[in-house]
Ligand binder design. Structure first.
Ligand code: SF4
Length: 442
């Protein structure tokens, strides 16, 4: 059968979609060119924000037409949304034309469930928490041969008061370091050059394993793999980013000089309410240490506005904090109420109008800072791993620098997958433009 997967949300979900594609192809199914021609349609969903959930529900509603036109098609809803309390029942009630609800622990059963539906045409729901199941040993169809995701751990133990992840992805389960190394070796043998190590909190990697290990020793153990030239990781928790890890990265040149340290708020009262486990002073100390050891590195962050109880004074503290820290870039979000989390029950919810006003103010402060950093790169020569043509134009290539700046430059598609020296010519807030520095490479 022909399958089509639409992915919503983060890199973990993107990699789960690669695994589902790998499983389906192993079972003899093939990728469809578009949703309209697919006999198996999978929506791999995200539950992190209410707005994305509403968008996905709208998309699921549209699947009704597909089912009417293709009554034998199999419609699957997978991913984080399905793990929420009562969500599977709600989805089946609202959209009775769905066939399978597949939780984040049940990916491995997808081919079997497809088979069962074909034979018996009954509905199947599997969103049971099962900590013994790991999707890591499953086959996956990599979308990008040159850059690959490698999951190092699942779940999160932190319970930030706004976040639904620990409820839908469960507690931390680290993968065995030898298995991670083996996966990276086989990716390198297939031509992969850059790895993104994935986990909700990579800095607490290994705490649940019986063998004494941690994220720093994992980085050391995979650094020598021939062919892998860049190692990235996501996501870090500032509380768990310690000196040992900084010193380790300093010794490992393949680990990219880009530190994404999600701070969420620049006000101690709000950080405490969020249960983030650090203060603004501790966070500033961490980024000062990063800047001292890695003057060439970029430091980026995530910031949330409108957390319950955030007063104008608290928000002003965050604005000042952002000015003080001078991040290379900040990914800004509006607080989204997620049912089942402590913050959702907080009576001091902030109005939508105030949240919108605050996010605009925050971007007004951050954007010129980002632009200044990017402008400072004009004239520099940067090594860019070419990812493909840019979205807008076929003759413009796109890729990232070591410190994770997006660079667009004219070049031939044959350069995709190669490291190319690019001279930076101009800068915008979110990307750089350049030209190939060594013309022989064209
Ligand atoms: S660290 Fe906090 S925000 Fe990140 S996944 Fe865990 S609970 Fe969610």
């Amino acid at each position: 059968m022909l399958y089509y997967i639409e992915t919503f949300g983060c890199q973990m979900n993107a990699h789960d979609s690669e695994i589902m594609a790998g499983l389906l192809e192993q079972a003899g199914h093939m990728a469809a060119g578009c949703l309209a021609e697919a006999q198996i349609v999978i929506f791999n969903t995200c539950a992190v924000r209410e707005s994305s959930e509403n968008k996905i529900i709208g998309h699921i509603g549209n699947l009704k037409h597909h089912k009417e036109a293709n009554p034998d098609s199999i419609l699957v809803i997978a991913g984080c949304m399905t793990q929420q309390n009562g969500m599977a029942e709600k989805l089946l009630q609202k959209f009775p034309f769905l066939d399978i609800i597949l939780g984040t622990y049940a990916l491995d059963k997808l081919p079997r469930y497809i088979e069962e539906i074909c034979q018996k045409r009954k509905k199947l729901v599997d969103n049971i928490e099962n900590y013994t199941v790991s999707s890591c040993a499953l086959p996956s169809k990599r979308l990008d041969k040159n850059r690959a995701y490698v999951t190092i751990m699942h779940g999160c133990n932190n319970f930030c008061t706004y976040c639904i992840v620990p409820y839908v992805r469960g507690r931390e389960r680290s993968r065995n370091p030898e298995d991670i190394r083996q996966e990276m070796i086989s990716l390198a043998q297939d031509g992969c050059k850059e790895i993104m190590l994935l986990g909700q909190n990579v800095n607490s990697y290994g705490k649940d394993l019986s063998k004494k290990t941690n994220f720093a020793s994992l980085l050391r153990s995979v650094h020598d793999i021939e062919g892998i030239q860049r190692i990235r990781y996501m996501t870090s928790h500032p509380r768990d980013f310690n000196d040992e890890l900084l010193q380790t990265i300093l010794e490992l040149p393949k680990v990219c000089r880009c530190f994404h340290l999600p701070v969420q708020a620049g006000c101690d009262k709000i950080l405490k309410k969020m249960n983030r486990g650090y203060t603004t002073a501790e966070y500033k100390k961490l980024i000062a240490a990063v800047r001292e050891l890695f003057p060439e590195a970029s430091i980026t962050t995530d910031l949330m506005v409108g957390f319950p109880g955030e007063t104008d004074e608290d928000f002003a503290e965050t604005l000042q904090f952002v000015k003080d820290c001078a991040f290379d870039a900040a990914y800004t979000f509006i607080y989204s109420k997620r049912s089942g989390t402590p913050a959702a029950k907080d009576p001091e919810q902030i109005s939508a109008a105030v949240k919108k006003k605050r996010i605009l103010e925050l971007m007004e402060v951050q954007n010129p800072i980002s632009l200044n950093y990017n402008k400072a790169m004009i004239g520099r020569e940067e090594l860019v791993l070419v990812e493909g043509p840019s979205h807008a134009r076929e003759d413009i290539l796109t890729g990232h620098t070591d410190n994770y700046k997006i660079v667009n430059f004219p070049g031939d598609k044959s350069l995709v997958g190669q490291f190319v020296p690019v001279k930076i010519m101009s800068a915008k807030t979110w990307h750089l433009t350049g030209q190939i520095a060594n013309k022989d490479a064209e």
